[in-house]
Design a protein around this ligand. Sequence first.
Ligand code: ADP
Length: 186
Amino acid sequence: MVLAPRLQTSGQWHADAMKISVVEGDITCQDVDAIVNAANRAMRGGGGVDGAIHRAGGPEILEQCRRRFPTGLATGDAGWTTAGDMPARWVIHVVGPNYNRGERDRGLLTSCYARALQVADDLGVQTMAFPLISAGSYGWPLDDAIAAADEVFRTATTNVREARLVAFGPRAFTAIESRLGSGGDR
Ligand code: ADP
């Protein structure tokens, strides 16, 4: 696959037909078709971005998680619920590897992004926002967490038109911006 050069326009970058962008903020406020949740295997809510999404979306997210994922979800996999009271229509939940607990297979992290895009395609999603999966309490090193996302975004075959990385704070924003702006490892 030949990758088109990434062009910088108004702080946003293009890889093939999918726009890859970064914003600093709270993923629960993003006005996109789907937001991605860094959930855990139990799929019953948690801390970090998972807690924020359940709080902002309201109880229907947990109700759907119980119904749709009675035994939870495997690490590296993705599944959807609706988004309740949030501006987005869908939440695509993924389970990242817990680096702090020794889950260091990078393929499980890239699988989260790839599976999230597949689920998005199943739902007809065109715009989606991602947190940095596993880069919070699960402890995946920040720069590699960003690189994993960027690699999948640049190589995935998908109908999604925009993948927006939501940086929760200035440190993550600067690190993402520098990765996207540099064109990664090309
Ligand atoms: P994990 O357990 O997969 O590490 P966390 O929720 O602890 O999940 O963190 C994942 C990433 O999400 C981290 O980069 C964290 O800073 C970020 N994050 C936490 N809350 C939010 C939020 N409301 N919006 C966007 N990103 C968030």
